[in-house]
Design a protein around this ligand. Structure first.
Ligand SMILES: Cc1cc2nc3c(=O)[nH]c(=O)nc-3n(C[C@H](O)[C@H](O)[C@H](O)COP(=O)(O)O)c2cc1C
Length: 237
């Protein structure tokens, strides 16, 4: 097999930025800043998803998604609820890399982001490996200087890891994700140049690693299933 290096170099890579704030505020601003920075790498397409604009139910652990009937596909991933997740799942799957951001709520990510992430259970449990070797980086913003930004990015990182993704941060000094301090201020009063620098670094790094991994998968196929061409639906264990 010969590789078309130029085709690999020019292949488009899609980065999805998700803001977990229930309002249009600083987290939206920082997510868009990270996407802007990601787009400075060549061949990057970005998509921005602010969760305050969508209506989704929380998982009730009915377990019906783990026992899909023959012929049902991932499009039936959530038998009890047909809400905005019907459109968000394909949109999520279309991305190669992710930037997930949240305001700090009680030293954690927001309940809204938790509801969104909780709806991915059937995908990783039933359609195993569907996010394998995608790339993810986390951002948090808190009102207090040391208000739980690090615990929040750590918990978002767990979502990437449990989904078999490659978890990245920024450049040196980016630690485990980009942490910002808002002092409860909204843009344009929000003023944290150091936090913004970390956010830009993280956006760029997610883009670079996503490009590298996508090109590398042409050489080392990783078994990530293509849900649209599955002949048979796997059965959950
Ligand atoms: C319910 C609630 C809980 C919060 N808990 C924390 C916290 O534990 N630590 C912290 O630093 N800030 C906390 N904050 C402040 C927000 O994280 C902060 O104002 C953030 O910048 C809001 O981002 P947004 O503008 O994107 O909504 C909390 C805010 C709310 C509404």
């Amino acid at each position: 097999m010969s590789l078309d290096i130029d085709a690999l170099r020019n292949e488009k890579v899609r980065i999805l930025g998700i803001s977990g704030s229930p309002r249009h505020g600083t987290t939206d601003y920082l997510t868009e800043l990270a996407l802007e920075s990601a787009a400075t790498a060549s061949g990057i397409e970005t998509d921005f998803l602010p969760l305050h604009k969508v209506k989704i139910n929380h998982c009730i652990q009915c377990e019906r998604c783990l026992k899909l009937d023959p012929g049902q596909s991932y499009e039936h991933y959530c038998p009890p609820f047909h809400d905005d997740m019907d459109e968000l799942i394909p949109r999520f799957l279309a991305a190669d890399g992710y930037i997930i951001a949240s305001p700090v709520y009680e030293m954690n990510y927001t309940p809204l982001l938790g509801i969104f992430m909780g709806r991915f259970r059937p995908l990783w449990r039933v359609f195993k490996g569907v996010h394998r070797n995608k790339v993810g980086g986390a951002i948090s913003v808190g009102g207090t200087r040391y208000g739980g930004q690090e615990t929040t990015v750590q918990l978002i990182n767990s979502f990437f890891l449990l989904n078999e993704m490659i978890n990245v941060s920024g450049t040196s000094g980016g630690y485990i994700g980009a942490c910002a301090w808002s002092q409860d201020k909204l843009p344009p009063e929000f003023n944290d140049p150091s936090g913004e620098e970390k956010v830009r670094d993280l956006g760029r790094r997610v883009a670079e690693v996503t490009k590298i991994v996508k090109a590398g998968r042409a050489i080392f196929p990783d078994g990530r299933p293509n849900l649209d061409s599955l002949d048979e639906n796997p059965v959950a264990e």
